[in-house]
Ligand binder design. Structure first.
Ligand code: FAD
Length: 477
């Protein structure tokens, strides 16, 4: 196993289940496992440095937690304030209820919302009357998030809502982001019903599956973003508990930190040979799983398959910075009546989003504290990641002073840089991944896994790692 992020760990764990008597090793370049799943535990708070929760609608992380005996550690998001705010002219306004990424579920809430101008609302509400291009009927059709959103809901709704909401998830440039690879359901809605709104109506009219609630009820439930936030959970002792439980479940001596693999080659006996960046002796293995980011997988494949290496190298990554600031609740004037705020690019602010961690997960800190995480950088502001810590912290403090009335300095600050950690699924991503997988399938007992391919979320990474382990175990048997 090469790479000790959540993907590599999940793969190793699955391999151990399938081949309990096999000998395997996990090599991680850094001095710690888990990639962006890092929790700082202080005497009275849990401060997440990267990922803070995962989606249960994709079941793989939840299932793994159960297998690892962590089921009683799972905690849902706060039942209150399940909504996002969006910055408009320096003020925080609620994203209209029933507007989920770009799908309008509640037209009257959109009409009442102060986020859009009357013109912007009228254009958004005209969505059912916008014609679908003939090309969109092709099941292999792809388009950027920006062009689809502008086409369907109009430029203002795109700039004020869709762009910041999507950037908050993928730290991506929506002008390049593939809709087919990120939210195929929106393309399907247009393909099948001609419009996002008509798709909502059709779903509401559908008879419920036997033993389930009525289509009306389903429609009503889907109506709010709150339902979506209700599908995220974390762990009582922080997201890092998942990494620790996986590492604990692996055999002693199987994990090697500070072990960067710098070349992979086929040995004469048909085994894979792994060379390390330091003076560590090379090893040979019957099979390997490469669970590193795609550019590093490309480097490792350079001497094995040039075409595969080039395809892998074409998947771009974005970097980001997370500044975690701990305040006394009284230092913040804003009611913090949401899970956080996203910042449209047209607001011209140096931050992508601010997450109100103690609103999302109140048990993560003392009641009189407010923990705010500020996200910066991403594909739209890549140079920011190279600034000095002091400058980035000062930007975060300044933005929070302006946006939520944070007074005086926070009592504690942490900064985490996540360089080249978020793959950018650009238009055509699905075709590229198909080509990569076809090519990789020609190499014996070699599997690729990770966030580069079929989803960036923790559940998708776990699924990718486990699937790679299952395929490799079959090949080894
Ligand atoms: C700031 C941030 C916040 C996020 N928030 C969430 C969230 O709340 N919920 C969610 O579901 N997802 C979230 N994500 C996404 C998710 O956390 C990641 O997609 C996922 O953790 C990636 O896991 P991975 O194992 O595929 O990759 P990584 O974690 O990047 O692991 C790859 C590992 O390979 C190692 N490596 C690289 N090269 C070599 C080599 N040559 N030899 C050996 N090892 C090597 C690296 O050091 C690294 O540890 C977030 C991501 C970021 C960056």
């Amino acid at each position: 196993m090469i790479g000790g992020g959540i993907t590599g760990l999940a793969a190793a764990h699955r391999l151990l289940q399938l081949l309990p008597h096999g000998e395997f090793y996990l090599y991680e370049a850094r001095d710690r496992l888990g990639g962006p799943l890092q929790t700082i535990r202080t005497h009275n708070s849990l401060l997440e440095q990267g990922a803070d929760s995962f989606l249960i609608a994709k079941p793989w992380a939840l299932e793994l937690c159960r297998e690892l005996g962590l089921a009683d550690q799972l905690i849902p998001t706060n039942e209150h304030h399940r909504r996002a705010l969006v910055v408009r002219n320096g003020k925080l306004l609620p994203v209209p209820e029933g507007f989920v990424l770009m799908q309008p579920y509640d037209r009257s809430a959109i009409w009442r919302s102060p986020v859009l101008s009357v013109r912007g609302k009228l254009r958004l509400l005209a969505e059912p009357f916008i014609r679908r291009p003939a090309a969109a009927l092709d099941p292999g059709y792809d388009e950027s998030v920006e062009s689809f959103a502008i086409r369907r809901v109009g430029r203002e709704a795109y700039e004020r809502l869709v762009q910041p909401l999507i950037a908050g998830i993928f730290v991506a440039d929506a002008t390049k982001l593939s809709l087919a690879a990120t939210y195929p359901e929106f393309l399907e809605a247009e393909r099948n019903y001609g419009s996002l709104w008509r798709a909502v109506l059709a779903k509401r009219r559908e008879p419920p599956p036997k033993g389930h609630e009525s289509g009306q009820e389903v429609g009503r439930k889907q109506k709010t973003a709150a339902a979506r936030y209700g599908q995220f959970v974390t762990l009582r002792r922080g997201i890092r508990s998942l990494v620790e439980a996986l590492a604990d479940a692996l055999p002693d001596g199987s994990i090697h930190l500070n072990s960067a693999v710098n070349n992979v080659a086929r040995a004469e006996n048909g085994q894979w040979r792994l060379d390390f960046a330091d003076s560590q002796t090379a090893i040979q293995a019957d099979g390997i799983i490469i669970a590193t980011p795609a550019p590093l997988a490309a480097k490792l494949m350079g001497n094995v398959d040039r075409q595969l290496a080039d395809d892998l190298a074409a998947i771009e990554y974005a970097s980001s910075v997370v500044v975690t600031l701990v305040y006394k609740r009284g230092q913040i004037a804003h009611p913090l009546d949401g899970f956080g705020a996203v910042v449209p690019a047209i607001e011209n602010r140096p931050i992508v989003a601010a997450s109100f961690s103690t609103v999302k997960f109140p048990s993560h800190a003392a009641a009189d504290h407010a923990v705010i995480r500020v996200f910066m950088g991403g594909a739209l502001n890549p140079q920011l990641v190279d600034r000095e810590d002091t400058e980035l912290i000062s930007i975060a403090e300044q933005q929070l002073a302006e946006l939520i009335g944070a007074q005086e300095r926070p009592t504690e600050v942490h900064l985490a840089r996540w360089r080249h950690s978020m793959p950018q699924y650009h238009v055509g991503h699905l075709n590229r991944v198909e080509a990569i997988e076809k090519r990789a399938a020609t190499l014996p007992r070699l599997q690729l896994a990770g966030n580069a391919y079929h989803g960036v979320g923790i559940p998708q990474c776990i699924h990718s790692g486990r699937t790679a382990a299952e395929k490799l175990a079959k090949q080894l048997k």
